[in-house]
Design a protein around this ligand. Structure first.
Ligand SMILES: [Ca+2]
Ligand SMILES: [Ca+2]
Length: 204
């Protein structure tokens, strides 16, 4: 019985953990200090966003990234990690972008803690030319869920691009950063964990 219990626990851990398949590569597990010097975040006037390390609600490792926000109509907010950001200390990936063999991957996977509140969170990635690409995450589930974001399913942001971006509408590697941006007004809390690169089948 005991060994069965252990096997069951093992399966449980693998499903919930930052499991790394043969070709998956964890780039950010949000371990270590989480504050204004290790995360690039902010909000427009009257809106607000705060980040923290969350040690109870987590998908893998010791902690997850907790995002608390108040987003007013026509406001905006962002929470970013990676390189070439205003906050230089936000370059906390487990591997630097230029050391990643990007051709081996066709998707980004992440763990999101949903509250089934019906909101939408944009996952943006910034490519080698500074161009911003977007994938929409629907908050239509409760608890942790691993979401697969294929590179092919990201679209170029039309509402805003950095002034210096090379707007060539090609996803240029290496990707340099990712960010979360709640899309609709409201307030609440999100948790993210275990950002990784993966190779997934082209099933559709
Ligand atoms: Ca973690
Ligand atoms: Ca580009």
């Amino acid at each position: 019985m005991k060994s069965l219990h252990f096997i069951a626990m093992g399966v449980f851990v693998i499903i919930l953990g930052c499991s790394q398949g043969p070709v998956d590569l964890v780039i950010d597990n949000f371990e270590g200090d989480i504050h204004s010097e290790t995360v690039d975040f902010g909000a427009s006037e009257e809106s607000s966003v705060e980040v923290a390390a969350e040690r109870t609600i987590k998908a893998s490792g010791m902690q997850s990234l907790k995002i608390e926000y108040v987003l007013k109509p026509s406001g905006y907010m962002w929470v970013a990690r990676g390189y070439n950001l205003d906050v230089k200390g936000a370059g906390q990936w487990q591997i630097r972008p230029e050391e990643i063999k990007w051709s081996q991957y066709n998707a980004l996977k992440l763990s999101m803690y949903g509250s089934n509140a019906g909101g939408v969170v944009a996952l943006d990635i910034k490519d080698a030319g500074g161009e911003m690409w977007r994938f929409l995450l629907d908050d239509d589930f409760e608890g942790w869920k691993e979401i697969t974001c294929r590179f092919n399913d990201f679209f170029v942001r039309r509402d805003w691009q950095p002034e210096t971006a090379d707007r060539n509408e090609v996803l240029d590697f290496p990707l340099m950063s990712f960010q979360f941006e709640r899309r609709l007004p409201g307030e609440g809390t999100y948790y993210f964990d275990c950002i990784k690169l993966a190779k997934v089948k082209k099933s559709r």
